[in-house]
Design a protein around this ligand. Structure first.
Ligand SMILES: [Fe+2]
Length: 180
């Protein structure tokens, strides 16, 4: 599948061919392919976050050097109640005495879940006690199907910090941290 990003409103959608008209701004727009094609990097659910960041920044701040961190939103942004991934860890509740981690978007205020407006993925990382950052995987969601939840198990004694990103088709990438 291919990820397409509208040139006018930055709306991203996963389809075999670019949509016509744009489901978000309802106009006949140009769509850019923002799929990750690097097998080793894994992308984030196959979406190239670097390309998305570059295209958003090129439109909003022409000429500025672009970084992924520039477009990530956090607890001071509007709409945070629906978007920030909530990370909970339940110690000893996993298999073989491991710790269960559950990341939910919209735990208290549900996020919309329509074809045009939904949470596409939740990604998790952990910072180990030696400072090494490890990929803790991701869950990719389809629109109109259930609540965006990503659950996995870790041995929390290995980690000092967890962080998570979630991507909304209309409102971008959001982050949350948890000290272990
Ligand atoms: Fe949203």
């Amino acid at each position: 599948m291919t990820y397409w990003m509208c040139d006018k409103c930055s709306f991203v959608i996963e389809l075999p061919q670019p949509p016509d008209p744009c489901p978000s701004c309802k106009m006949k727009c140009a769509f850019n392919d923002v799929t990750c094609y690097t097998p080793d990097c894994g992308g984030i659910g196959g979406l190239d976050s670097r390309l998305v960041a570059e295209r958003v920044m090129k439109k909003e701040k022409p000429g500025k050097v672009m970084h992924f961190s520039d477009i990530v939103k956090g607890s001071s942004s509007e709409g945070k109640e629906k978007h920030i991934p909530s990370i909970e860890m339940i110690k000893g509740q996993g298999k073989m005495g491991k710790d269960l981690v559950e990341i939910v978007v919209g735990r208290e205020v549900p996020h919309p879940n329509t074809l045009e407006h939904y949470i596409v993925w939740i990604q998790a990382f952990g910072v180990k006690k030696d400072g090494h950052v490890v990929d803790l995987g991701r869950e990719v969601f389809k629109p109109e199907k259930g609540k965006p939840v990503y659950a996995f198990e870790i041995d929390s004694s290995d980690f000092k910090h967890l962080f998570s990103f979630a991507y909304c088709t209309l409102h971008g990438v959001w982050e949350q941290h948890l000290e272990v």
